[in-house]
Write a protein that binds this ligand. Structure first.
Ligand SMILES: [Fe+2]
Ligand SMILES: [Fe+2]
Length: 283
């Protein structure tokens, strides 16, 4: 474990970093970094609500930072799979988006009065190689997991949190995260549509067999990020947390399940993947 901070250093690349934010990574008219730099909290909150919100946004900061490595590691897999160029360029933009998300989450931690740093494992894990299939299958499995599953769920969670939050600066940050995750999900759905028709029948069957593994891991990851068991969050505290962009774990888990069932399963089934059986398969 080590200290994770998202500061931009004073060296000569700082101007290039700022230029990337203003140009390549830009969405909409105003940037959330500007809102964070000038903004402050509008409402009054209990110590307890602020502490939970700081903890949640800090965990998001660590998670977003790790996601950057996932997208960066997808590039060599897309290269090995002979993916068309837009997949390779876009996946690197996504890695940059995730670094930016981490720094935006750090900004929210500061806004909430917390120290924008976290104790975290800085070493990241390699992606699965899936050696039972060829390079396209291996790449598709990872892209499907990240884009069609993980990021598609993120869109639903962030869209709901955007509705709930009543702090304008946090709303601006959540809006940026949600808009970027739309693109990140699109990578998965676009690569699935691009590669699926040409896969052999055996490869399609292997893809179907991978799905229960993918859903099990997704559920574990999502439920890990939405822990139950601490004192139930209700009433005024729940209201305060929602204003700060933090949904309760119970609602997050319900929205996760609904998104899988109503959005993800039908889209995967449209390709002929046995997604519903995979989702309901016992662990
Ligand atoms: Fe993100
Ligand atoms: Fe993302």
């Amino acid at each position: 474990m080590a200290k994770l901070r998202l500061d931009v250093g004073p060296g000569p690349l700082r101007a290039e970093h700022d230029r990337l934010l203003r140009t390549a990574l830009r969405r909409g008219e105003t940037d959330p970094e500007g809102a964070l730099a000038e903004g402050s909290l509008q409402g009054d909150y209990s110590e307890r609500a602020l502490a939970i919100a700081v903890d949640t946004w800090r965990r998001r900061m660590v998670h977003e930072h790790q996601s950057a490595a996932v997208f960066a590691r997808l590039l060599p897999q897309l290269m090995a799979a002979a993916a068309t160029l837009e997949h390779k360029t876009t996946v690197l933009r996504m890695a940059m988006d995730e670094l930016r998300h981490a720094s935006l989450c750090a900004g929210v931690v500061s806004l909430l009065g917390g120290e924008p740093e976290a104790e975290a494992e800085l070493r990241t894990e390699p992606l699965p190689e899936h050696e039972d299939g060829d390079a396209v299958e291996a790449c598709l499995r990872n892209v499907l997991f990240v884009g069609c599953l993980s990021e598609t769920v993120s869109i639903a969670l962030l869209t709901e949190e955007r509705e709930l939050t009543r702090e304008p600066v946090i709303e601006r940050v959540v809006a940026q995260l949600a808009a970027d995750e739309v693109l990140h999900a699109k990578l998965g759905w676009s690569y699935l549509a691009a590669t699926w028709p040409a896969l052999s029948a055996e490869a399609k069957t292997r893809m179907g067999a991978y799905l229960p593994v993918a859903f099990r891991y997704l559920r574990e990851k999502m439920h890990g990020a939405m822990p139950l068991g601490r004192a139930r969050i209700e009433g005024a505290l729940k209201d305060e947390l929602e204003a700060l962009g933090v949904m309760s774990s119970e609602e997050g888990r319900a929205l996760f399940a609904a998104t899988v069932e109503e959005v993800i399963l039908p889209r995967l089934e449209d390709h002929g993947l046995p997604a519903r059986d995979a989702w309901t398969a016992p662990d």
